[in-house]
Design a protein around this ligand. Structure first.
Ligand SMILES: [Zn+2]
Length: 86
């Protein structure tokens, strides 16, 4: 869930709220006015890891490495099995 910055239209206070994107703007914590508007800057929550394309590509690269290693192990096993046969 992203943290959004809101600005109160009543008193001009700027505050941060952790809200879902489709939830209505929260009331101002300073004066209680419900006329607040969301500022454009969305800050991702610091406790969350980014889930971007970079993370996904890293994961797929790791999976490829594991698959390649397993291929090599299978190949060497096959070769050993073939060599042991009379
Ligand atoms: Zn206010």
């Amino acid at each position: 869930m992203p943290i959004y910055e809101f600005e109160c239209e009543g008193c001009g206070a700027v505050f941060e709220e952790l809200v879902a994107a489709d939830v209505a703007a929260p009331a101002c914590p300073e004066c209680g006015a419900e006329r607040t508007r969301r500022l454009m800057s969305a800050v991702s929550a610091p406790s969350r890891m980014p889930r971007g394309a970079g993370v996904r590509s890293d994961e797929s690269r790791r999976r490829e490495k594991v698959a390649a290693r397993q291929d090599r192990i299978t190949e060497s096993r096959k070769r050993r099995a073939a060599g042991e046969k009379p």
